[in-house]
Design a protein around this ligand. Sequence first.
Ligand SMILES: [Zn+2]
Length: 404
Amino acid sequence: MTASEVQRSSSTREATASGNGFANGTAPGFAGGRALRPSAKVLPEHARAHNLSLVLQTLYRLGSRSRADLARETGLTRVTISDLVAELIADSLVIELGTREGARPGKPATLLDINRSGHEIIGIDLSDHEVLRGAILDLDGTILDRAEVELDGATGSAVTTKVIDLVRELIARSSLPILGIGVGSPGVVDLAGTVQSAPNLGWTSEPLQAELAAATDYPVLVANDANAAALAEHSFGEATSDMMLIKVGRGVGAGLLLGGSPLFGSRFAAGELGHVVVGTDGGDACACGKRGCLETWVAAPRLTAKLDAARDDAERDDILRRAGERLGIALAPVVGALNLDEIVLSGPVELLDGPLAESAIETLRNRTMAEFHGDLTVRMTALGQDIVMRGAAAMVLSGQLGVS
Ligand SMILES: [Zn+2]
Protein backbone atom coordinates (compact mmCIF):
# COMPACT_ATOMS: atom_id res chain seq x y z
CA MET A 1 0.00 0.00 0.00
CA THR A 2 1.38 3.41 -0.89
CA ALA A 3 1.44 6.43 1.33
CA SER A 4 -1.29 8.10 -0.66
CA GLU A 5 -3.49 5.05 -0.27
CA VAL A 6 -3.02 5.15 3.48
CA GLN A 7 -3.90 8.80 3.39
CA ARG A 8 -6.98 8.17 1.33
CA SER A 9 -8.26 5.36 3.52
CA SER A 10 -7.65 7.45 6.62
CA SER A 11 -9.43 10.43 5.10
CA THR A 12 -12.37 8.23 4.15
CA ARG A 13 -12.71 7.22 7.75
CA GLU A 14 -12.30 10.78 8.96
CA ALA A 15 -15.14 11.83 6.69
CA THR A 16 -17.50 9.78 8.83
CA ALA A 17 -15.87 10.67 12.12
CA SER A 18 -17.00 13.39 14.43
CA GLY A 19 -14.08 15.56 15.36
CA ASN A 20 -11.92 12.50 15.62
CA GLY A 21 -8.90 13.88 13.86
CA PHE A 22 -7.94 16.02 10.97
CA ALA A 23 -7.99 15.96 7.21
CA ASN A 24 -5.00 17.22 5.35
CA GLY A 25 -4.52 20.56 7.00
CA THR A 26 -8.07 21.80 6.73
CA ALA A 27 -9.57 20.63 10.03
CA PRO A 28 -8.60 21.61 13.58
CA GLY A 29 -5.46 20.29 15.19
CA PHE A 30 -5.72 17.40 17.60
CA ALA A 31 -9.37 17.68 18.46
CA GLY A 32 -9.97 20.10 21.29
CA GLY A 33 -11.56 18.81 24.42
CA ARG A 34 -11.71 15.21 23.27
CA ALA A 35 -10.38 12.64 25.73
CA LEU A 36 -7.18 11.25 24.28
CA ARG A 37 -7.92 7.63 25.03
CA PRO A 38 -11.27 6.24 23.87
CA SER A 39 -12.33 3.85 26.60
CA ALA A 40 -15.94 2.87 25.99
CA LYS A 41 -18.25 2.06 23.12
CA VAL A 42 -20.65 4.69 21.81
CA LEU A 43 -23.82 4.35 19.83
CA PRO A 44 -24.96 4.64 16.20
CA GLU A 45 -24.08 7.83 14.26
CA HIS A 46 -20.42 8.16 15.08
CA ALA A 47 -19.99 4.63 16.29
CA ARG A 48 -17.93 3.19 13.49
CA ALA A 49 -15.11 5.74 13.51
CA HIS A 50 -15.08 5.71 17.29
CA ASN A 51 -15.04 1.93 17.44
CA LEU A 52 -12.23 1.67 14.89
CA SER A 53 -10.20 3.94 17.15
CA LEU A 54 -11.26 1.91 20.17
CA VAL A 55 -9.91 -1.30 18.61
CA LEU A 56 -6.67 0.44 17.60
CA GLN A 57 -6.31 1.99 21.05
CA THR A 58 -6.86 -1.35 22.78
CA LEU A 59 -4.18 -3.02 20.68
CA TYR A 60 -1.87 0.00 20.97
CA ARG A 61 -2.02 0.04 24.77
CA LEU A 62 -2.41 -3.65 25.63
CA GLY A 63 -0.41 -5.28 22.83
CA SER A 64 -1.40 -8.31 20.81
CA ARG A 65 -4.89 -9.69 21.36
CA SER A 66 -7.27 -12.09 19.66
CA ARG A 67 -10.61 -11.01 18.24
CA ALA A 68 -12.31 -12.61 21.24
CA ASP A 69 -10.01 -10.69 23.61
CA LEU A 70 -10.88 -7.46 21.79
CA ALA A 71 -14.59 -8.16 22.15
CA ARG A 72 -14.12 -8.66 25.89
CA GLU A 73 -11.90 -5.58 26.34
CA THR A 74 -14.11 -3.21 24.35
CA GLY A 75 -17.59 -4.52 25.15
CA LEU A 76 -18.34 -4.80 21.41
CA THR A 77 -19.78 -7.97 19.88
CA ARG A 78 -17.50 -10.47 18.19
CA VAL A 79 -19.27 -9.89 14.87
CA THR A 80 -18.61 -6.15 15.12
CA ILE A 81 -15.00 -6.74 16.10
CA SER A 82 -14.43 -9.07 13.12
CA ASP A 83 -15.90 -6.47 10.79
CA LEU A 84 -13.82 -3.60 12.26
CA VAL A 85 -10.64 -5.70 12.22
CA ALA A 86 -11.22 -6.63 8.57
CA GLU A 87 -11.31 -2.94 7.65
CA LEU A 88 -8.20 -2.18 9.72
CA ILE A 89 -6.30 -5.07 8.12
CA ALA A 90 -7.35 -3.84 4.66
CA ASP A 91 -5.98 -0.40 5.61
CA SER A 92 -2.76 -2.09 6.76
CA LEU A 93 -3.21 -0.58 10.22
CA VAL A 94 -3.65 -3.97 11.92
CA ILE A 95 -1.76 -7.20 11.20
CA GLU A 96 -2.27 -10.85 12.09
CA LEU A 97 0.67 -12.21 14.09
CA GLY A 98 -0.11 -15.93 13.99
CA THR A 99 -1.92 -18.23 16.37
CA ARG A 100 -1.82 -18.64 20.11
CA GLU A 101 -2.04 -22.12 21.55
CA GLY A 102 -5.17 -22.04 23.65
CA ALA A 103 -5.50 -23.75 27.02
CA ARG A 104 -8.90 -24.90 25.85
CA PRO A 105 -9.46 -27.39 23.03
CA GLY A 106 -10.60 -26.12 19.65
CA LYS A 107 -9.30 -23.78 17.02
CA PRO A 108 -6.31 -21.71 18.27
CA ALA A 109 -6.94 -17.97 18.38
CA THR A 110 -5.25 -15.67 15.83
CA LEU A 111 -3.42 -12.83 17.51
CA LEU A 112 -3.67 -9.30 16.13
CA ASP A 113 -1.63 -6.19 16.74
CA ILE A 114 -1.55 -2.62 15.53
CA ASN A 115 0.90 -2.50 12.61
CA ARG A 116 3.64 -0.83 14.66
CA SER A 117 6.34 -1.03 12.04
CA GLY A 118 4.13 -0.59 9.00
CA HIS A 119 4.05 3.19 8.95
CA GLU A 120 6.26 6.10 9.85
CA ILE A 121 5.55 9.50 11.35
CA ILE A 122 7.55 12.67 10.85
CA GLY A 123 8.00 14.79 14.00
CA ILE A 124 9.43 18.33 13.93
CA ASP A 125 10.67 20.46 16.84
CA LEU A 126 10.97 24.22 16.23
CA SER A 127 11.59 25.17 19.87
CA ASP A 128 15.38 25.46 19.82
CA HIS A 129 16.78 28.90 19.08
CA GLU A 130 19.67 27.60 16.95
CA VAL A 131 18.48 24.52 15.04
CA LEU A 132 15.25 23.12 13.66
CA ARG A 133 15.07 19.41 14.49
CA GLY A 134 13.20 16.63 12.76
CA ALA A 135 12.89 12.87 13.04
CA ILE A 136 11.25 9.83 11.53
CA LEU A 137 9.45 7.81 14.22
CA ASP A 138 7.61 4.51 14.30
CA LEU A 139 4.14 4.16 15.83
CA ASP A 140 5.63 3.47 19.26
CA GLY A 141 7.37 6.84 19.19
CA THR A 142 10.84 5.38 18.69
CA ILE A 143 13.13 7.63 16.70
CA LEU A 144 14.41 5.85 13.56
CA ASP A 145 16.27 8.68 11.83
CA ARG A 146 17.05 12.35 12.44
CA ALA A 147 17.76 15.49 10.47
CA GLU A 148 18.31 19.09 11.46
CA VAL A 149 18.88 22.44 9.86
CA GLU A 150 20.62 25.50 11.29
CA LEU A 151 18.30 28.43 11.87
CA ASP A 152 21.13 30.88 11.02
CA GLY A 153 19.13 33.82 12.32
CA ALA A 154 16.36 33.29 9.76
CA THR A 155 12.93 34.79 10.50
CA GLY A 156 9.48 34.87 8.90
CA SER A 157 9.03 33.17 5.53
CA ALA A 158 12.70 32.12 5.49
CA VAL A 159 11.96 29.90 8.54
CA THR A 160 8.90 28.46 6.80
CA THR A 161 11.07 27.54 3.80
CA LYS A 162 13.60 25.84 6.10
CA VAL A 163 10.83 23.85 7.81
CA ILE A 164 9.43 22.71 4.45
CA ASP A 165 12.92 21.69 3.27
CA LEU A 166 13.51 19.76 6.50
CA VAL A 167 10.20 17.91 6.15
CA ARG A 168 10.92 17.10 2.48
CA GLU A 169 14.32 15.69 3.39
CA LEU A 170 12.74 13.39 5.99
CA ILE A 171 10.02 12.32 3.54
CA ALA A 172 12.76 11.42 1.03
CA ARG A 173 14.54 9.35 3.68
CA SER A 174 11.45 7.47 4.89
CA SER A 175 10.99 3.93 3.67
CA LEU A 176 7.38 3.23 4.69
CA PRO A 177 4.00 4.92 4.19
CA ILE A 178 3.89 8.15 6.21
CA LEU A 179 0.94 8.44 8.55
CA GLY A 180 1.34 12.20 8.96
CA ILE A 181 3.57 15.08 9.96
CA GLY A 182 3.48 16.66 13.42
CA VAL A 183 5.14 19.97 14.32
CA GLY A 184 5.75 21.52 17.75
CA SER A 185 6.23 25.28 17.40
CA PRO A 186 7.01 27.92 19.99
CA GLY A 187 4.41 30.63 20.47
CA VAL A 188 0.63 30.67 20.38
CA VAL A 189 -0.83 28.18 17.90
CA ASP A 190 -4.55 27.96 17.14
CA LEU A 191 -6.52 24.79 16.43
CA ALA A 192 -6.07 25.18 12.66
CA GLY A 193 -2.30 24.99 13.15
CA THR A 194 -1.77 28.69 12.42
CA VAL A 195 1.04 30.14 14.52
CA GLN A 196 -0.65 33.30 15.78
CA SER A 197 2.52 34.67 17.29
CA ALA A 198 6.06 33.35 17.66
CA PRO A 199 8.31 36.42 18.12
CA ASN A 200 11.55 34.42 18.13
CA LEU A 201 10.81 33.02 14.68
CA GLY A 202 9.33 36.27 13.38
CA TRP A 203 5.94 34.66 12.75
CA THR A 204 2.58 36.41 13.04
CA SER A 205 -0.55 34.58 11.82
CA GLU A 206 1.64 32.07 9.98
CA PRO A 207 -0.60 29.30 8.52
CA LEU A 208 2.13 26.69 8.94
CA GLN A 209 -0.16 23.65 9.00
CA ALA A 210 -1.89 24.62 5.75
CA GLU A 211 1.40 25.54 4.07
CA LEU A 212 3.08 22.26 5.02
CA ALA A 213 0.03 20.25 3.93
CA ALA A 214 0.04 22.01 0.56
CA ALA A 215 3.81 21.56 0.15
CA THR A 216 3.86 17.85 1.04
CA ASP A 217 0.35 16.50 0.38
CA TYR A 218 0.38 14.66 3.72
CA PRO A 219 -1.82 15.19 6.78
CA VAL A 220 -0.12 17.80 8.99
CA LEU A 221 -0.71 18.91 12.58
CA VAL A 222 0.97 21.95 14.12
CA ALA A 223 0.67 22.71 17.84
CA ASN A 224 2.46 24.63 20.56
CA ASP A 225 5.75 22.98 21.57
CA ALA A 226 4.88 22.68 25.28
CA ASN A 227 1.48 21.18 24.42
CA ALA A 228 3.26 18.68 22.17
CA ALA A 229 5.66 17.87 25.03
CA ALA A 230 2.73 17.28 27.41
CA LEU A 231 1.26 14.83 24.88
CA ALA A 232 4.61 13.03 24.64
CA GLU A 233 4.58 12.57 28.41
CA HIS A 234 1.03 11.25 28.24
CA SER A 235 1.66 8.84 25.36
CA PHE A 236 5.26 7.73 25.84
CA GLY A 237 6.11 8.80 29.40
CA GLU A 238 4.57 8.11 32.78
CA ALA A 239 2.34 11.17 33.02
CA THR A 240 -1.01 11.11 34.79
CA SER A 241 -4.17 12.54 33.21
CA ASP A 242 -4.13 15.78 35.24
CA MET A 243 -0.72 17.24 34.71
CA MET A 244 1.17 20.28 33.65
CA LEU A 245 4.41 20.17 31.72
CA ILE A 246 6.70 23.15 32.21
CA LYS A 247 9.11 23.65 29.34
CA VAL A 248 12.10 25.79 30.24
CA GLY A 249 14.37 27.00 27.47
CA ARG A 250 14.93 30.45 26.06
CA GLY A 251 11.52 31.21 27.57
CA VAL A 252 9.09 29.37 29.82
CA GLY A 253 5.97 27.65 28.50
CA ALA A 254 3.58 25.02 29.74
CA GLY A 255 1.22 22.40 28.39
CA LEU A 256 -1.82 21.22 30.37
CA LEU A 257 -3.72 17.95 30.34
CA LEU A 258 -6.97 17.79 32.29
CA GLY A 259 -8.79 14.48 32.51
CA GLY A 260 -6.49 13.30 29.72
CA SER A 261 -7.53 16.10 27.34
CA PRO A 262 -5.27 18.94 26.22
CA LEU A 263 -6.35 22.39 27.40
CA PHE A 264 -6.09 25.24 24.88
CA GLY A 265 -7.85 28.21 26.44
CA SER A 266 -10.05 30.91 24.88
CA ARG A 267 -7.24 32.32 22.74
CA PHE A 268 -5.14 29.16 22.47
CA ALA A 269 -2.64 30.53 24.98
CA ALA A 270 -3.36 28.20 27.92
CA GLY A 271 -0.10 27.48 29.74
CA GLU A 272 1.57 30.74 28.71
CA LEU A 273 2.94 31.43 32.17
CA GLY A 274 6.25 32.92 31.08
CA HIS A 275 5.09 36.51 31.27
CA VAL A 276 3.03 36.23 34.42
CA VAL A 277 4.59 38.43 37.11
CA VAL A 278 5.56 36.41 40.18
CA GLY A 279 5.30 38.25 43.49
CA THR A 280 4.84 41.91 44.35
CA ASP A 281 8.47 42.79 44.97
CA GLY A 282 9.49 43.83 41.46
CA GLY A 283 12.31 41.88 39.88
CA ASP A 284 14.38 42.05 36.73
CA ALA A 285 13.11 43.85 33.62
CA CYS A 286 11.56 41.49 31.06
CA ALA A 287 11.57 41.70 27.26
CA CYS A 288 7.78 42.18 27.43
CA GLY A 289 8.13 45.47 29.32
CA LYS A 290 7.04 44.21 32.77
CA ARG A 291 9.27 43.37 35.73
CA GLY A 292 9.61 40.05 37.53
CA CYS A 293 7.91 37.80 34.96
CA LEU A 294 8.40 34.06 35.58
CA GLU A 295 10.78 34.07 32.62
CA THR A 296 13.14 36.51 34.33
CA TRP A 297 13.49 34.02 37.18
CA VAL A 298 13.56 30.69 35.40
CA ALA A 299 14.41 30.99 31.66
CA ALA A 300 17.64 29.13 30.88
CA PRO A 301 19.79 32.01 29.52
CA ARG A 302 19.04 34.24 32.53
CA LEU A 303 19.57 31.48 35.04
CA THR A 304 22.81 30.38 33.40
CA ALA A 305 24.14 33.95 33.42
CA LYS A 306 23.37 34.30 37.14
CA LEU A 307 25.03 30.97 37.91
CA ASP A 308 28.13 31.92 35.90
CA ALA A 309 28.46 35.11 37.94
CA ALA A 310 28.13 33.29 41.28
CA ARG A 311 31.14 33.01 43.58
CA ASP A 312 30.68 29.48 44.91
CA ASP A 313 28.41 26.43 45.05
CA ALA A 314 26.46 27.78 48.01
CA GLU A 315 25.54 30.89 46.05
CA ARG A 316 24.66 28.79 42.98
CA ASP A 317 22.39 26.58 45.10
CA ASP A 318 20.76 29.68 46.50
CA ILE A 319 20.09 31.08 43.01
CA LEU A 320 18.51 27.79 41.94
CA ARG A 321 16.43 27.55 45.13
CA ARG A 322 15.09 31.07 44.68
CA ALA A 323 14.20 30.31 41.04
CA GLY A 324 12.39 27.16 42.20
CA GLU A 325 10.53 29.14 44.84
CA ARG A 326 9.28 31.61 42.23
CA LEU A 327 8.22 28.71 40.02
CA GLY A 328 6.33 27.23 42.99
CA ILE A 329 4.67 30.58 43.74
CA ALA A 330 3.55 30.87 40.10
CA LEU A 331 2.26 27.29 39.96
CA ALA A 332 0.47 27.06 43.33
CA PRO A 333 -2.78 28.77 42.23
CA VAL A 334 -2.80 26.72 39.02
CA VAL A 335 -2.34 23.47 40.95
CA GLY A 336 -5.01 24.59 43.44
CA ALA A 337 -7.55 25.67 40.83
CA LEU A 338 -7.15 22.62 38.61
CA ASN A 339 -6.32 19.99 41.24
CA LEU A 340 -3.32 18.76 39.24
CA ASP A 341 -1.41 15.81 40.61
CA GLU A 342 1.81 16.13 38.67
CA ILE A 343 4.19 18.78 37.39
CA VAL A 344 6.72 17.56 34.83
CA LEU A 345 9.76 19.69 34.05
CA SER A 346 11.44 19.68 30.64
CA GLY A 347 14.63 21.60 29.90
CA PRO A 348 18.29 21.71 30.95
CA VAL A 349 18.74 18.99 33.59
CA GLU A 350 21.69 20.80 35.22
CA LEU A 351 19.41 23.76 35.97
CA LEU A 352 16.11 22.11 36.78
CA ASP A 353 16.90 18.80 38.47
CA GLY A 354 18.13 19.52 41.99
CA PRO A 355 17.68 22.54 44.24
CA LEU A 356 15.28 24.21 41.79
CA ALA A 357 12.83 21.29 41.63
CA GLU A 358 13.16 20.62 45.39
CA SER A 359 12.41 24.23 46.22
CA ALA A 360 9.47 24.31 43.78
CA ILE A 361 7.79 21.28 45.38
CA GLU A 362 8.43 22.62 48.88
CA THR A 363 6.84 25.95 47.94
CA LEU A 364 3.89 24.22 46.28
CA ARG A 365 3.25 22.07 49.37
CA ASN A 366 3.41 25.13 51.63
CA ARG A 367 0.99 27.05 49.49
CA THR A 368 -1.69 24.44 48.67
CA MET A 369 -4.01 22.29 50.78
CA ALA A 370 -2.30 19.08 51.86
CA GLU A 371 -5.48 16.96 51.78
CA PHE A 372 -5.99 17.70 48.07
CA HIS A 373 -2.46 18.24 46.89
CA GLY A 374 -0.33 16.24 49.31
CA ASP A 375 0.52 13.64 46.65
CA LEU A 376 1.57 16.24 44.12
CA THR A 377 4.85 15.36 42.47
CA VAL A 378 7.36 17.53 40.63
CA ARG A 379 9.77 15.59 38.43
CA MET A 380 11.96 15.82 35.36
CA THR A 381 10.71 14.28 32.12
CA ALA A 382 12.46 11.04 31.19
CA LEU A 383 12.04 11.83 27.50
CA GLY A 384 14.98 14.26 27.33
CA GLN A 385 15.69 16.40 24.29
CA ASP A 386 13.42 14.45 21.97
CA ILE A 387 10.25 15.29 23.88
CA VAL A 388 8.80 17.76 21.35
CA MET A 389 9.47 15.54 18.31
CA ARG A 390 7.91 12.58 20.11
CA GLY A 391 4.98 14.77 21.13
CA ALA A 392 4.55 15.82 17.51
CA ALA A 393 4.34 12.12 16.63
CA ALA A 394 1.79 11.61 19.44
CA MET A 395 -0.34 14.37 17.85
CA VAL A 396 -0.36 12.47 14.56
CA LEU A 397 -1.23 9.16 16.28
CA SER A 398 -4.06 10.84 18.15
CA GLY A 399 -5.33 12.80 15.17
CA GLN A 400 -5.06 10.09 12.50
CA LEU A 401 -5.78 6.90 14.45
CA GLY A 402 -7.35 8.08 17.70
CA VAL A 403 -4.66 6.34 19.75
CA SER A 404 -2.42 7.82 22.40
ZN1 LIG B 1 7.62 39.30 30.59
